[in-house]
Design a protein around this ligand. Structure first.
Ligand SMILES: [Zn+2]
Length: 150
């Protein structure tokens, strides 16, 4: 009997959940339809931003951002070429795009295991709208902001 592809998939497939820390997000449960694990060295910074309308989904936990209430209206923007499945195109994409994450180490770490919570960049545009509650929120979610004045 020939070796069935289906059987082989059962033998060799390793789920991300088995090898990586549990994807955990305070507001969204993990999504089972997550992409297969594939680590790519990153080069671009992680940038703290207030969520904009066009930002829909967290690349980490795959949860929708929805309409978050401050201070939960923060996202981490990170330009990367992490492969993702484009439903419209019906195929896997592997190009450089802006990815967005909840401002939560638990959402970023499973995808970028070398993410350092101290390296989050904060542009002036974010800084001017940042409240103390935002800073606390970041701290509670494992992000260390370089703020000399707070
Ligand atoms: Zn998330």
């Amino acid at each position: 009997m020939p070796f069935q592809l289906q059987d082989r998939a059962n033998v060799t497939q390793v789920k991300l959940e088995d090898i990586a820390p549990k994807r955990r997000c305070m507001t969204h449960p993990p999504n089972k339809e997550a992409d297969e694990p594939k680590r790519i060295p990153r080069q671009d910074p992680f940038v703290l931003q207030l969520k904009q309308k066009r930002v829909k989904k967290c690349q980490g936990c795959k949860g929708d951002f929805g309409e978050p209430v401050p201070p939960a209206d923060l996202v981490i923007q990170h330009r990367n070429n992490f492969p993702y499945y484009n439903k419209k195109e019906g195929k896997r994409m592997d190009k450089w795009t802006n990815g967005y994450f909840h401002a939560n180490v638990a959402c970023i770490k499973p995808r970028f295991s070398d993410f350092d919570p101290r390296e989050v960049v904060m542009p002036p545009a974010t800084l001017k709208d940042l409240t103390e509650a935002h800073v606390d929120y970041c701290r509670q979610h494992g992000l260390v902001l370089a703020l000399g004045f707070l």
